[in-house]
Ligand binder design. Structure first.
Ligand code: ATP
Ligand code: MG
Length: 388
């Protein structure tokens, strides 16, 4: 393993930090037949947790597991395509018989069954428009899952996406299938808390009370520090625990951001090298600026008023009462009304995150980059260094 601080994919327990309670709860819910709604801000570790749970013996031995990310899907056809393809890909290693059975039950997907010209291996190849009736295909997929030799778990990541499909009643159609199936348990995960809450916990919605809610917060600080310390030591890189703690604090433990900085630091330190504060700061800076092209593009595409409000919130870090006279004066904004409108638009674009009355920049690296861009790098340089 070149760098133990993984930024994508899942390898094993070794590179997965903490989450013992979440893993135990999750596994218990699933093995007791409860569907789970897993919610957290983006990049907190939902996908990682699902993958980790799928590797637990209680699950891997007794269930077939499927994972579909529907973030990029725009309608039921594309949803059905993704689900069908995932099931096919998971079955493929089990041999010809399974693949044939798959296409005999899900006959509407049969045109997708092709053989690779070179290797002769079965492949799934169908144009999305060739899926004539997505509802029928969906029904067949559920029929297939129900007839499976082992119970199945289907994780649908970024589930809130179905609320954006143009077809009506998708959630009602899905709910009917989900409810009828006896052999399949579902995980619905996503980052848009209010949409998911509304879908699953509002009495007028089809999914009402069909699942248990699991929210995912940051990994426990102590556990993270022990984890990072272990990996630095193992590679004979000497990093004071207090540096790890301060990086954790800088991002409030938000998993991806802490991991990305640790990954950077690990890559910049030589074996036996003693890490200094300056090196930590450089690693943070390098990581943040590695996204500079992307961040400048986002900034350039924003209308002026949104840019001004974004800059104000970024400078503030966590901004409260952004429509108050004080805030507007401090950052020379136009008016309370225009600030409110800009903030709403930035929330819709997921550039802002709101927690009650407090706004912050959703992508923490973007927030730090903006602070640097607007000439104030204090947050980049671990403000608490004096507390050490
Ligand atoms: N328990 C963990 N230990 C170490 N790294 C983790 C852990 N959980 C997640 N990560 C890392 O954190 C990052 C974000 O995790 P993940 O992709 O699972 O988040 P997510 O909530 O699914 O994000 P998104 O909302 O963007 O889909 C990844 O780089 C992943 O490798
Ligand atoms: Mg994810």
């Amino acid at each position: 393993m070149k760098n133990p601080f993984l930024l994508k994919g899942y390898i094993s327990d070794e590179y997965f930090c903490g989450r013992k309670k979440e893993t135990a709860d999750f596994t218990r819910f699933i093995t007791n037949g409860n569907n789970v709604v897993l919610v957290s801000p983006r990049r907190m570790g939902k996908t990682g947790l699902i993958e980790h749970c799928f590797r637990q013996k209680a699950i891997s031995k007794n269930y077939h597991t499927f994972f579909v990310d529907i973030y990029a899907t725009r309608n039921l056809q594309e949803f059905v395509y993704k689900l069908g393809k995932e099931i096919f890909e998971r079955l493929k290693p089990r041999g010809k018989k399974f693949v044939e059975n798959f296409f005999s039950v899900i006959s509407s997907l049969r045109p997708a069954f092709k053989l690779d010209e070179i290797t002769g291996a079965p492949i799934f190849d169908i144009g999305i428009s060739e899926i004539r009736s997505a509802e029928i295909t969906l029904e067949e997929i559920f029929k297939y899952l129900n007839a499976s030799d082992k119970p199945c778990i289907v994780a649908i990541d970024e589930f809130q996406q179905i609320a954006k499909y143009p077809e009506k009643n998708i959630d009602a159609i899905l709910r009917t299938h989900v409810q009828k199936t006896t052999k399949t348990t579902f995980i619905f995960s996503g980052s848009q808390r209010h949409i998911l809450h509304n879908m699953f916990f509002s009495a007028s919605q089809p999914f009402y009370q069909s699942s248990v809610l699991q929210s995912l917060d940051a990994i426990d600080k102590k556990e993270y520090v022990v984890f990072a310390d272990k990996h630095f030591r193992r590679a004979e890189k000497v990093v004071d625990r207090s540096f790890i703690e301060r990086c954790y604090d800088l991002f409030e433990g938000h998993t991806f951001y802490v991991q990305a900085v640790m990954n950077q630091l690990f890559s910049e330190l030589d074996e036996y090298e003693n890490c200094t504060e300056k090196k930590v700061m450089k690693a943070i800076r390098n990581r943040v600026f590695s996204y500079e092209t992307l961040f400048s593009e986002i900034l350039n595409l924003l209308p002026e008023k949104q840019k001004e409000v974004l800059c104000a919130v970024a400078k503030e870090g966590k901004a409260q009462s952004i429509t108050s006279g004080d805030f507007i004066k401090k950052y020379s904004l136009h008016s309370a009304a225009s600030t409110q409108t800009a903030a709403r638009q930035l929330l819709e674009k997921e550039i802002f995150m709101r927690n009650e009355n407090t706004y912050s920049v959703y992508d923490r690296f973007f927030g730090l980059w903006l602070q640097a861009y607007y000439g104030d790098e204090k947050h980049l340089f671990l403000q608490n260094s004096s507390k050490k």
